[in-house]
Design a binder for this molecule. Structure first.
Ligand code: NDP
Length: 314
């Protein structure tokens, strides 16, 4: 059976950064990319808030840079999907594509999260062309324009408040008569003069050929339909951490996020570390994911050194 010192699962900013640090520390990391090689950023267009790119960069191009850097440092990058894990034994077992079993002393989980989408054709077609699931990433492009945002949780409120600083009108589409967000966030949204909450409102269709020009909405109580003239459409109905394969193996919170020891990447299982959006529901930025990937590689390197020291003493 193939064995490695350090196995990294995931190829977003967290996974590739962990790979750069692990490779430079001599851990000879093997990284499995998952299906969406490069992660969520490959589905965005321009990224303007990642330090080091003064003129901005396209999301896919940035992830190609991450890939190139991890590769140049000596990471063994493989296209494959981890379908199950067994962390009950050491070394830890990881099954790739349901067929190949690999063991590793240290496993770094960087499987990320996926934005939830409404699932409509117009949403998929205009994704990156006015449709976005990240106001902090893309809001700036709509400065001075009107936008709509769907959702009523804390994420939606945060994003609406962020957009309201840039946009004269933010329509917040809430499908029922209540929000799930904390009271304080609801109050802040209601108090913001640039935000108009449309209750009982669902999205019928996002309008536009190559760029969003409006959104057709329906009041679920009256059945009345209206068109809102907007240039941007933000979906903020939650994220799903990509952690289903770790259920029962490591401790997850009630929403499926991996619980790490405060200020570190340590999970409850020795030798298993987590970084990026799989364990972060607050910040969810490329740069914070990359930072936590660095932490995971440093934690793994120190943990492995300590294990080697203990083995020598025995
Ligand atoms: P939530 O699950 O809390 O909220 C999702 C929202 O989207 C709800 O209003 C829900 O409506 C709505 N929604 C879901 N599906 C659809 C749909 N198909 N069409 C229209 N609306 C839809 O997700 P969040 O991402 O907001 O928050 C996740 C967790 O992260 C929460 O625990 C939150 O508190 C936390 N969080 C904390 C932050 C912080 O502390 N700073 C920041 C952001 C999030 P409905 O209620 O009708 O189902």
């Amino acid at each position: 059976m193939e064995h490695h010192t350090c196995l990294i699962i995931g190829s977003g900013p967290a996974g590739y950064t962990a790979a750069v640090y692990a490779a430079r520390a001599g851990l000879k990391p093997v990284l499995y990319t998952g299906v969406l090689m490069g992660g969520q950023l490959t589905q965005t267009t321009e990224v303007e808030n990642y330090p080091g790119y003064p003129n901005g960069v396209q999301g896919p191009a940035m992830m190609q840079d991450f890939y190139n850097q991890a590769l140049r440092m000596g990471t063994d990058i493989r296209f494959g999907y981890v379908t199950s894990v067994d962390f009950s034994q050491t070394p830890h077992q990881v099954i790739i594509d349901e067929t190949t079993t690999i063991t590793a002393d240290a496993v770094i989980i960087a499987t990320g999260a996926s934005a939830k989408w409404l699932g409509m054709e117009s949403e998929a077609r205009l994704n990156g062309y006015g449709v976005s699931a990240c106001a902090v990433c893309d809001g700036f492009f709509y400065k001075g324009m009107n936008v709509a945002l769907v959702g009523g949780g804390d994420t939606a409120c945060e994003e609406a408040l962020y957009l309201a600083k840039l946009c004269p009108k933010v329509y917040m589409l809430v499908r029922s008569d209540k929000m799930r967000a904390s009271q304080v966030m609801q109050e802040r949204v209601k108090d913001d003069p640039n935000i108009e909450i449309l209750w009982h409102t669902e999205t019928v269709e996002i309008l536009g050929d190559n760029q969003v020009t409006g959104v057709r909405v329906r009041n679920r109580q009256s059945g009345e339909e209206n068109t809102l003239a907007v240039d941007g459409f933000f979906v903020a109905i939650g994220h799903q951490p990509n952690t289903a394969i770790f259920e029962g193996q490591i401790t997850l919170d009630e929403e499926g996020y991996i619980i790490t020891k405060a200020g570190s990447s340590y999970t409850n299982i020795a030798g298993v570390f987590a970084c990026g959006d799989a364990q972060d529901k607050i910040y969810r930025q490329a740069v914070t994911a990359a930072g936590s990937g660095c932490m995971a590689a440093l934690d793994a390197e120190r943990w492995l050194s300590h294990q080697a020291y203990l083995a020598k003493q025995a």
